[in-house]
Ligand binder design. Structure first.
Ligand code: KIV
Ligand code: ZN
Length: 385
């Protein structure tokens, strides 16, 4: 079975979420949970960005043992030196250097020619290689870069010593079909590609980050980068829990797996949400509160007869105790009866029908029916009996 490495950047790209600011201890708490989750790499921060970030990366690198820890650096010696300061004591020192490659970035941001970009990338990777055992190179805005030039940069970075080449969709622009083709193109047109792992790093500006990451895997990506709950710059990064669960559930299609311990997903998601203050929308795939909740009568009846009628993921898979049957105006008698039994009532069919009618009347007036509301309706009917 093909293994896809999971590179978590919740503590770096995720911390670039507007309004999110984690202190060192909060970062450490999240890093330890990411280690329990079984991610292969934790990008703990950007050591050259601030003294605080350098210290946080250092603390995490010295504490976490079962995941590799890395830090981001621009293609400048001073950034690489700061990363080395933070990471030199980690079990397997690993750095992530990046440089933009797209025409827009070359012209407006870097004001560099193609040759200058290649030269700078090679110099940065070579310098990083004098210190780090593992060097990852990212071609920022890769998905808006001319494929031939991206192949040239990739080949040069691998020759200089990079063992992971990351292909970021920095602005969430590419489509699934295109990214699959781009990864296949690189696999077929970079002569030394077998010496490196290709990595996907998708942003969600057009809501395609999960589809794009999965398509990149189809095209040959051996690593996926993302964040927990999909937090990150602008519309965020790909939500890693979505990629890992999709690979698990649709293993028949992708034929790939990860080292992630899926039962730790819910706990990790809740911790990241609590410490970043970024609430998870109820309808979010995999981890939203409604992901295992059923409200309509038809669905509730189906799930009570056989869960797989309307559930493709079991709640237990991601560490949630059970599904939820939410009682509202669309709910049916089957779920109502079930709830009555759960609340300890054993009414006759006639009384149950009366109680069900009273519940429906209330549900027409009230958005959310609580257990207390049901209890009082059922208790009234029991007393009448
Ligand atoms: O989105 C991006 O391009 C990045 C790089 C720094 C890898 O986060
Ligand atoms: Zn990014």
């Amino acid at each position: 079975m093909r293994k896809v490495e999971i590179f978590d950047t919740t503590l770096r790209d995720g911390e670039q979420t507007p309004g999110v600011n984690l202190n060192t201890l909060e970062k450490l708490e999240i890093a330890k949970q990411l280690e329990r989750l079984g991610v292969d790499v934790i990008e703990a921060g950007f050591p050259a960005a601030s003294k605080g970030d350098l210290e946080a990366v250092q603390l995490i690198a010295n504490t976490v043992k079962n995941s590799s820890v890395t830090g981001l650096a621009r293609s400048h010696e001073k950034d690489i030196d700061a990363a080395w300061e933070a990471l030199k004591q980690s079990a397997e020192p690993r750095i992530h250097v990046f440089l933009a490659t797209s025409p827009i970035h070359r012209q407006y941001k870097l004001k560099m020619s193609k040759d200058e970009v290649v030269e700078r990338a090679v110099a940065a990777v070579k310098y990083a290689k004098t210190k780090f055992a593992k060097v990852q190179f990212s071609a920022e805005d890769a998905c808006r870069t001319e494929p031939e030039f991206l192949a040239r940069v990739t080949e040069a970075a691998i020759d200089a010593g990079a063992t992971v080449i990351n292909i970021p969709d920095t602005v969430g622009y590419i489509t699934p079909k295109e990214i699959k083709e781009l990864f296949s193109y690189l696999r077929n047109n970079v002569s030394n590609i077998d010496k490196a792992i290709l990595s996907a790093h998708c942003h969600d500006d057009l809501g395609m980050a999960t589809a794009n990451s999965l398509a990149a895997i189809e095209g040959g990506a051996g690593q996926v980068e993302g964040t927990i709950n999909g937090i990150g710059e602008r519309a965020g990064n790909v939500a890693l829990e979505e990629v890992a669960v999709a690979l698990h559930i649709r293993n028949d299609f992708y034929g790939a797996t990860t080292n992630m311990k899926l039962a730790e997903i819910k706990r990790t998601s809740s911790l990241v949400s609590k410490l970043t203050g970024m609430t998870v929308p109820a309808n979010k795939a995999v981890i939203g509160d409604n992901a295992f909740a059923h409200e309509s009568g038809i669905h509730q009846d189906g799930v009570l007869k056989e869960k797989t009628t309307y559930e493709i993921i079991t709640p237990e898979l991601i560490g949630v105790k059970s599904n939820k049957l939410v009682l509202g105006k669309l709910s049916g008698r089957h779920a109502f009866k079930n709830k009555a039994i759960e609340l300890g009532f054993d009414l006759t069919e006639e009384k149950l029908n009366e109680a069900f009618k009273a519940f429906k009347d209330l549900a027409d007036k009230k958005k959310e029916i609580m257990d207390e509301d049901l209890f009082s309706i059922l208790a009234d009917k029991q007393t009448e009996a």
